[in-house]
Design a protein around this ligand. Structure first.
Ligand SMILES: Cc1cc2nc3c(=O)[nH]c(=O)nc-3n(C[C@H](O)[C@H](O)[C@H](O)COP(=O)(O)OP(=O)(O)OC[C@H]3O[C@@H](n4cnc5c(N)ncnc54)[C@H](O)[C@@H]3O)c2cc1C
Length: 352
């Protein structure tokens, strides 16, 4: 830990939480306590908790305000919403809660992070440069898309990237799953709880998934395969009605009626500003420990940028909360350290 501490803490006993806006967000300190990168569920959760700890967090939204969940119409599995909630509303509510407690939100995109610190330096697309004693990286991941006509238009209307999220909406329906890896098979098996039939479309003539999963899928009467085939179009007026399938060997195309398309061809972690600077796994996800710490002390990460397994709003917010609580402890320890450093010369003089 360096001696260059410039903490902006306000943790004195009896300090009232900042309940309403009116906090002077324009007057930013030279060095922020904490900057949160990303405005998905993990980012908002981190902002709510660090704001309620009076750390005056600065959150930089990225280009997709609200993150992945803001792109979906119906969220039925986030606790506390028995009648469901739309993705945009859920994310707006999280933002309002963070701002109510004093989080400052910047509509900007982080282009570079200097991890030599604290303080760490964050540069943005709008040409701003911030410094902070702690960072929470919540830049998430993006599902790899098919990139075919109709896909974007029908997201949430039959096109999905998450069986856990959307499988429930497809009771007794026929579904197409695209992909041949472990997640494609796992999600296909999950979808058979609801769907009457699941057709796995794979561009090769064999799967990449592990043998145990393949055996389970082969034994499931609801699952069938179409090999050597890609989806070239998704069609339907207001919801998915069919996909166009192209055989990659013969070039032949045909219409294939379906009620939904689940795409499992991988996720891409949004790691550009920190690539090569923090420890990552072979797929580019940040490696964190149980306390959401990355390989650099003072830099924490939460949500899908470090979690390729659960991929849920509830798990991402939980991780955001954990990261925020650890940031609070980390900054308090910095403050203690700085206090002791200030005391040492006086003690030395007293004992001399
Ligand atoms: C269509 C769809 C439907 C879904 N439905 C459900 C559901 O019903 N229930 C459920 O629990 N989960 C659902 N999910 C999954 C859920 O949305 C994710 O698990 C969750 O959003 C992950 O949160 P996150 O905060 O980790 O990351 P993300 O949501 O991916 O957010 C990442 C944020 O980081 C920002 N960012 C990226 N790069 C930068 C940068 N360089 N600088 C600054 N900011 C940056 C992005 O703009 C974004 O705001 C769904 C996902 C999709 C795609």
């Amino acid at each position: 830990m360096t001696g260059k501490l410039n903490l902006n803490l306000n943790l004195g006993a009896g300090v009232e939480p900042m309940l309403e806006s009116g906090i002077d967000s324009a007057a930013r300190p030279d060095v922020e306590n904490v900057i949160i990168l990303g405005s998905g569920p993990a980012g908002w959760a981190g902002a709510i908790y660090t704001a309620r700890a009076n750390l005056r967090p600065l959150l930089i939204t990225g280009n997709e305000i609200g993150g992945q969940i803001a792109t979906t119409t119906e969220v039925e599995n986030y606790p506390g919403f028995p009648d469901g909630v739309t993705g945009p509303e859920l994310s707006e509510r999280m933002q309002a809660q963070a701002e109510r407690f004093g989080a400052t939100v910047e509509l900007d995109f982080v282009t570079a992070v200097d991890v030599n610190g604290p303080p760490f330096t964050v540069e943005t697309a709008n040409g701003k440069r911030y410094r902070a004693n702690a960072l929470i990286i919540t830049t998430g991941a993006s599902p790899r898309k098919l990139g075919v006509p109709g896909e974007d238009r029908l997201i949430g209307r039959g096109v999905s990237y998450c069986a856990t999220c959307d499988g429930f909406f497809f009771r007794n329906r026929q579904l197409v799953v695209v992909g041949g890896g472990d997640s494609s098979l796992q999600e296909s098996l999950f979808l058979t709880k609801f769907a009457s039939k699941v057709t796995i479309v794979h561009r090769r003539d064999q799967l990449r998934a592990g043998p145990a999963l393949q055996r389970r899928a082969d034994a499931n009467p609801k699952i069938e395969y179409i090999w050597n085939t890609v989806v070239t179009n998704v069609s339907g007026e207001n919801k998915v009605e069919a996909v166009t399938l192209k055989n990659v060997q013969t070039g032949e195309e045909r219409q294939f009626p379906t009620d939904g398309v689940f795409v499992y061809i991988g996720h891409l972690p949004n790691n550009a500003p920190i690539a090569g600077k923090l420890a990552m796994d072979e797929h580019g996800y940040l490696i964190t420990d149980k306390l959401m710490r990355t390989s650099v002390p003072g830099i924490f990460a939460a949500g899908e940028i470090q979690d390729s397994r659960f991929r849920q709003v509830a798990t991402s917010t939980g991780q955001g909360v954990a990261a925020a609580m650890e940031v609070e402890k980390y900054l308090a320890e910095m403050e203690d350290h700085a206090y002791l450093q200030r005391q040492e010369p006086a003690l030395d003089r007293a004992t001399a």
